[in-house]
Design a protein around this ligand. Sequence first.
Ligand code: DC
Length: 255
Amino acid sequence: MIAERMSSESIPASLNSPSKPNARRPIIAIDGPAGAGKSTIARHLASYFGLLNLETGAMYRAFAFKALSASISLEDVPPLLELSAQTTIHLEPTEAGNRVFLDGVDVTGELREPSVTDGASRVSVHPQIRAWMVGLQQELGVAGGVVMEGRDIGTVVFPNADVKIFLDAAPEVRGLRRYDQLGDAAAEVQPEEVVRELRARDERDRNRADSPLKPADDAVLLDSTHLTLDEVVAQAEAIVTEKLGSEILTPTPSK
Ligand code: DC
């Protein structure tokens, strides 16, 4: 069970030799429901501040994909645990998002299927599976220099994260943003269906007994319902800069 950081040759130069020798390597936690824009914001912050972005949802997706491929019931914990013991998940952050390697094979292209999206939410309710994932995620982030995105980063994975942002938006807005991102596939579904699926997943993620999706007490809430992407990005940058001040690695101006 290994989830590795990027190999040293692929780590951005700003992390190998920070422009400020004593600059801290912060942990920035971005949590929130599906479709709130976490990945976009996390990617932007990582690139702007010279950090690695790690998408923890991709790890649950990779595991759900493996369980579905092996025809293991996503409700049956003992075989899922057995499967987890034979599973390695490796995230490789890139400018365009994480590439995900499952047992050494790049499965990035498989993880956005609706069955995998739903499956990730279903496997993530099991405490033993969460404990395994949380351990992997803590290993990945413990050295700092990361923007880690998920549902429980600020509450469970890194309760002492330097910055915690809880990104939210009204369900209809999140659903319609998801629908717009579907591109050609949008022809096959109705927007209402996407909103309905997203609400169902929200319901499960918010109401599970173990580590339900909720803001940490000390998270900054950022509601993007009425904001453009540029406005959300600007507010997220301002939150990080205010929290970390001059300790942060030197920002790279937006492209
Ligand atoms: O962020 P995402 O949509 O890729 O996440 C897929 C599912 O994984 C999500 O519905 C719930 C689960 N998840 C979780 O329980 N904890 C995390 N830190 C990240 C994702």
